[in-house]
Design a protein around this ligand. Sequence first.
Ligand code: UDX
Ligand code: ADP
Length: 478
Amino acid sequence: MNLSLTQGLNREMKSSPLGKMSSDPSICCIGAGYVGGPTMAVIARQCPGCQVTVTDVNGDRIAAWNSDELPVYEPGLAEVVSAARGRNLHFTTDIDAAIRGADIIFISVNTPTKQYGVGAGKQADLKFVELSARRIAEAADRDKIVVEKSTLPVKTAEAIGRVLAANTRGHRFQVLSNPEFLAEGTAVRDLLDPDRVLIGGERTPEGERAVARLADVYAQWVPRERILTTSVWSSELSKLAANAILAQRISSINSISAICEATGADIEEVARAVGMDSRIGSKFLKASVGFGGSCFQKDILNLVYLCETFGLREVAEYWEGVVEMNRMQRRRFAARVMRSLFNTAAGKRIAVLGFAFKKDTNDTRESAAIYVCNDLLAEEAQLALYDPRVTAEAIANTLNAGAGSFEVCASPYAAAEGAHAVLVLTEWDEFRGLDFERIYRSMKKPASLFDGRNILDLRALKRLGFEVHGIGRTIETS
Ligand code: UDX
Ligand code: ADP
């Protein structure tokens, strides 16, 4: 084959991502957040033949991705980024150029719960998704595969398709749903070794070719039998259903923790006994101060909204109960703290250890800590907070001090100094190994300790002199 013919073929491969050719596609991702950043970094590392460009409207975020201080903390992520960055992984604010250069465009922008108008408090706000679709239609110079990566309400792919079709300048688009199942804190591991990759596409020859094109990318490191292909709607609904069912398990065990506290049963023993039933399984049965994160509540509320839209009132109420139970768990925790402080927190120092919604992430979105802290601030408490990864700025952005106050401390010991109570709200490993004798000595007495994650040896802490409180467990006084 002569050179010019090869070049012509290469051009053709690049110019028809919807066609039969299967060179390594070039990829771009709109949105460089907790999902887009790690996902693209892993694709770039695992697919050295793909050029991967991540783009965002937020210039500071892009600058951080190009620096040694990544905007997202995830174990192992820095290594993955540094292996690929500059080689086939690029971060840029030039969205149009990134769109033009790509065969496959992932949309991974934020989809917060709508705070205004119809559907406020439940429906996902799709304005960033719609803006991205319009931008793609305007900037595209050839046919493209557009992939919805963010968790979105069912039928969003259809809406994206309509925006693209109405604004196209003669190019064709195939819209796929490829929901991300990674959990924060284990994102790199989840991406490298996923339980499954789900790709939903139109049941047409063009749709199937687009699905196959994306499947080929993942197949470079994921076994084929773990790559599931479905219709677009099944894919979109599967993601909502998976998150709703995971959250439902946590609300179920948390509801049982309330009964344990009332009756003296121990939730850890109950969860173990229940989880050993192989039909139930032991995962996601850890009682806690409440689930947080950007997905669970939002996705359930999306599901609720969907049900209401289709007149499925009982189904909507069923799932709304999962969110309500979570709210109750957080409120109940703050109320127990208040009781231990003789129902007055005004002017009292309370140490809060952990602010992230789970360990190994710097993400605070919907963290139970926000709600517990705000309840205590409303009681005019003086909070002293410590988290190993969350910045003081991120904490300050989420709290309403009101007549209370809060300060962010450099260590757990500094936070506990002079406190009436210590609350453990995130299960960071470092909290297990703290010198609690030192903490006890530095606190006001009686010194209360609330373990909102059941990670501490409450019996040993009781022997040190603490008044101890776990989730769903009562420690006898003897
Ligand atoms: C979740 C899903 O797990 C993931 O598949 C999806 O892609 C995004 O949403 P994430 O929110 O990152 O991931 O973390 P996850 O590990 O699911 O934890 C969510 C919350 O539930 C955290 O606040 C965690 O502390 C809490 N949790 C989890 C419990 O309280 N008990 C448990 O047993 C498990
Ligand atoms: P997620 O957890 O879903 O990744 P994040 O909020 O962490 O959500 O990230 C979403 C990113 O998408 C943000 O960095 C935001 O600036 C970016 N973004 C939102 N809208 C657009 C847009 N229209 N074009 C490019 N980037 C966008």
